[in-house]
Design a protein around this ligand. Sequence first.
Ligand code: DAH
Length: 357
Amino acid sequence: MDDLRQKYLGAIAGAADEAALEELRVQAVGKKGEISLKMRELGKMSPEERQIMGPRLNALKDEINSALSAQKAALGDAALNERLRAEWLDVTLPGRPRPRGTIHPVSQVTEEVTAIFADMGFAVAEGPQIESDWFNFDALNIPPEHPARQEHDTFFMSRAEGDDRPPHVLRTHTSPVQIRAMQDQGAPIRVIAPGRVYRCDYDQTHTPMFHQVEGLAIDRDISMANLKWVLEEFCRAFFEVDNVELRFRASHFPFTEPSAEVDIRCSWDGGALKLGEGDDWMEILGSGMVHPKVLKAGGIDPDQWQGFAFGMGIDRLAMLKYGIPDLRAFFDSDLRWLRHYGFSALDMPTLHGGLSR
Ligand code: DAH
């Protein structure tokens, strides 16, 4: 009896899985198990012997049965613990959803431009898209009879009948944000103002709504040299080429004096546009030293302060950088176009992580 007891209790305690346990159960207390066979022998015993052996065999059978269920429970616990350990997950981690949307090239380029200028200390300023005639034109040294007004293909809001004030306009450029930012923040100031602008025009490179980014830097001794450096630095970062070459070409804007348009060296070999090489030049922006009248309209004393401004087309930058031939497709809401030119929904352009991929 003691041998049986030791043999089975030891084996049960060492059983590694449920299959081994079941095998031991059959061997010991199954129909033809060792203990069961012993119990069958009780019939052949004398009544005295039976009285001693019967209870002892029953007790051993009980003991083995409870050892079996204890070990079974222990194995179950161990299996559960192992599973909990293996399937452990950190619910505080952010999810990994598969984004279905893609970032529009205009949004992407706006983020890229903002990241580059933020790195140079420019904050982002904003202004309304429905703008007063004064902010959009007069404050920028474009008085009512100025020919530049005609060039802007302006959308006018309507006034109530009998209201003779000049109508508000859909802003034709982001330049009015210069005035608002100067009035709000005073000098010194360093801002960019990306946003929507509107002109009544429509062809392969013009849409009635498009995007510009304005730049403005005012301080005591800011010069044209600073403007050049900032724009060159911007182009190198934005176009992700080291050998960008810019050409500053004398021009005229009412709100800057002197004024310059900036062209970038490029080639059109084989119909593909390459920047930084070739014999062609492509205009990418307008710029200049802020006109004293504009500083005054912004509430800044032109005898104390001076600075530069520039303005460029965000859509145009996107077309150049990502080789998109037709501006109108930007605003067609065609998902196939977006999937072709769009950007990953979760990639944020940064200077250290890479602007675009
Ligand atoms: N506002 C001009 C336009 O829409 C662009 C521009 C040119 C902005 C020169 C400027 C600048 O700030 O200095 O055509």
